[in-house]
Design a protein around this ligand. Sequence first.
Ligand SMILES: Cc1cc2nc3c(=O)[nH]c(=O)nc-3n(C[C@H](O)[C@H](O)[C@H](O)COP(=O)(O)OP(=O)(O)OC[C@H]3O[C@@H](n4cnc5c(N)ncnc54)[C@H](O)[C@@H]3O)c2cc1C
Length: 374
Amino acid sequence: MAQLYDTLIIGAGIAGCCSAYALQQKGQKVLLLDRSSVPASGGSGAAGAFVSPKIGKGSPLQSLTTEAFHFSKAFYLRHFPDYFDQTGVVRIPKDEADAQKFATYEPHNNASYQRLSASELSQFGIRESEESFYFEEAGVCDAPALCEAILKQVPHAQHTVEGLVYEAGVWVVGEYRAKAVVLATGYQNQLVDMRYMGVKGTWGSRGDYYSRLALTVSMHKRISISANQEGVIKLGATHVKSPTPCQVCDGHPLKSLEEQASRMVDTRDFTLKETFCGMRAGSKDYFPLVGRVIDVAWMLEQYPTITRGAKPPLHYHPNLFVCNGVGGRGFVFAPWMAEELSELIVKQESVDPRVNPDRLFLKWCRKSTELVRE
Ligand SMILES: Cc1cc2nc3c(=O)[nH]c(=O)nc-3n(C[C@H](O)[C@H](O)[C@H](O)COP(=O)(O)OP(=O)(O)OC[C@H]3O[C@@H](n4cnc5c(N)ncnc54)[C@H](O)[C@@H]3O)c2cc1C
C-alpha cells in the first residue's frame, strides 16, 4: 500500500511551496504535487514578485497586507536570502489626483519610508514629478528561483490531480494517500465546490529586459519596474480580469508595459530577454483564503433554509484546507499565510478571521444567483 503522508499540498506556486515548507518545519511528513515539473509554472512564475507594503488610508486589507509584508520580508531574509533582493521600492502616485491623497496615506504607512521629491527621484533615474514614498526595506524576489529553492527542501512530485476521494479516514489523490490535503491551486479551483470563495483570475504579463541602466531601486506606479539586477530589469502588471489565460493580449502582452515604462525611466537600451504571462487568483472580497473547506453540498442538503438567511453551524470536509486568493500580492502573503495554515493543521489553532474563508459562506448562500431558492 502507498505510504501515508500527513499532508498533501496540491499546487506548487508560492502559496503551496510556503505551505509545504511551513508544515515540514513543524514536523509533518508532506508531499507537494503539481501538474508541471517546472517550478512556479502558474501565476508565481510570471510575478515580478515585489514584496512591499500596501499604501492607502488604513483599510483592513492595507493593515493585513503590511502585517504580512513585515512577516514575509523577515522570512525571506532568514530562510531564503539569496532569492530576495532588498532593492527598496518607490511608490509613485498614479496621477495628480492620487498625488493629492498621498498626504492622507502617510500616517498609515506603518513601515520604514522616506518621501522623495521630483529631484530626488531623478537622482534614482526616475522621471516622475509627483512626490513619492520610498520603502527602503521592501524588495523583489526571484520568483521561479525562490520556488525552486523551496522545492529542493520539500518532497514533491509531478502529478495532475483530477479529483479527491476521502475513504476510511484518509484522502486518496491518485496513487497518494494523506491524512490532510491543502488546495493551493491558484485560479484553477474546480477540484472541490468552493464557489463561495469566489476565486477569479486576473491576467498579467511580465517582460525581462537586458539593460545597462543604473537603476538601483524598484518602483511601482500603474506597472512595476524592478531595479537592475545583474543586467536585467523586469516590467510587469496584472490588470485584466479573465477566465482563461493568454487570450486578451492579442499576441503583444508587453506593448502597454513598454509604453508606460518609457515614460518613467530611460528604456532606450532595453532588449527583450524573456516574456511571461500568468493568472493571479483573487477572492470575492480581495482578502486571502486560509482555512478549512466547508462541505457545500452537505450544508445545502441539511439546511435548505440557509439560502433564506438561516445560520446553522458550519460543517467541513474532514482535514481539507485551502491556501489561495493571494491576488496581486502572493509573495507578500504566502509565508504569513503558510504560518497561519500550519498552526491550524498541526496545532488546531484558529486562523485569523480576516483570512478564514468561512466569512464568505453564509452571504454566498443568501445572495448567490448560482443557487436555486425555494
Ligand atoms: C504578471 C504578474 C505580476 C505579479 N507581480 C506580483 C508582485 O510584484 N508581487 C506579488 O506578491 N505578487 C505578484 N503577482 C501575483 C502572484 O504571482 C500570485 O499572487 C501568486 O503567484 C499566486 O500564487 P499561487 O501559489 O496561489 O498560485 P500559482 O502560482 O498559480 O500556483 C498554482 C499551482 O497549482 C497547480 N495546479 C492547479 N491545478 C492543479 C491540479 N489539478 N493538479 C496539480 N497541480 C495543479 C498549477 O500548475 C500551479 O503551479 C503577479 C502576478 C502576475 C501574473
